[in-house]
Design a protein around this ligand. Structure first.
Ligand code: DX5
Ligand code: ZN
Length: 219
């Protein structure tokens, strides 16, 4: 089964966002990954519905929206209306995670849950059957360009086991510090979606960086 590549626009040049979007559209990438940060759940502020609506209007691929915000239930409907194909909320940010997952489904988007590096996979035991995506954070969320945390690899494997045991359709996405140096390892552990910000947009040839990630084989 081949994997998906999801470039994160966080690392793109925001003065020329049109170019970054067209680059992803014409590249071998599969998804757009859009990082929403609220300055509360994470120490950084990025962008919200207004920008996403404009990106989604130009994007010709799946729009994967990663909500790093407190109490995301307040905003599920508005991000769905902005053009997200799938939304991912953080388990740590939801008091009633089960309810938020149902809310995403009712809004007509794919439902994802993200786990911070310190959050055990077991928090998903009672919801895994309802999920389309599990996002394993491979850095602490909030910033692009951080170092990959190697303890995430056994965690990806544990997530894959949970998914198999419960016969869930959820895809495993990894996010943070992903590049050619670790992609094969996370794929081998069971990841199916590779988010890549810096390793794509800070490279000299982003389309080529995407192509390489797309053609990496799990070893
Ligand atoms: C981090 C974000 C990531 C970020 C990844 O909090 O969720 O999606 O853009 O950037 P890199 O690939 O540079 O670690
Ligand atoms: Zn992200």
């Amino acid at each position: 089964m081949s994997h998906f590549v999801a470039p994160s626009l966080l690392a793109a040049d925001f003065l020329h966002l049109d170019k970054a979007i067209d680059l992803v559209n014409t590249s071998e990438a599969d998804w757009f990954h859009l990082d929403v940060m609220d300055g509360s759940f994470v120490p950084n502020i990025s962008f919200g519905q207004f920008i996403i609506e404009q990106i989604a209007g130009r994007a010709e691929k799946y729009v994967d929206v990663h909500l790093m915000i407190d109490d995301p239930s307040r905003y599920i409907d508005s991000f769905a209306r902005a053009g997200a194909s799938g939304l991912t909320v953080h388990a740590e940010a939801c008091t009633h995670l089960h309810r938020v997952i149902q809310q995403m489904k009712e809004a007509g988007v794919k439902a994802g849950v993200a786990l911070n590096p310190h959050t055990p996979v077991s928090v998903l035991e009672n919801v895994i059957e309802d999920l389309d995506l599990v996002l394993i954070m491979t850095v602490n969320p909030g910033f692009g360009g951080q170092q990959f945390i190697y303890q995430s690899i056994p965690k990806v494997r544990q997530t894959a086991e949970l998914i198999t045991t419960h016969n869930s359709r959820a895809l495993i996405e990894v996010d943070g510090g992903i590049g050619e140096q670790n992609a094969a390892k996370v794929l081998e552990a069971g990841a199916r979606v590779l988010v890549a910000g810096s390793s794509v947009f800070k490279s000299d040839d982003p389309a080529e960086a995407i192509r390489r990630l797309k053609h990496i084989d799990a070893n």
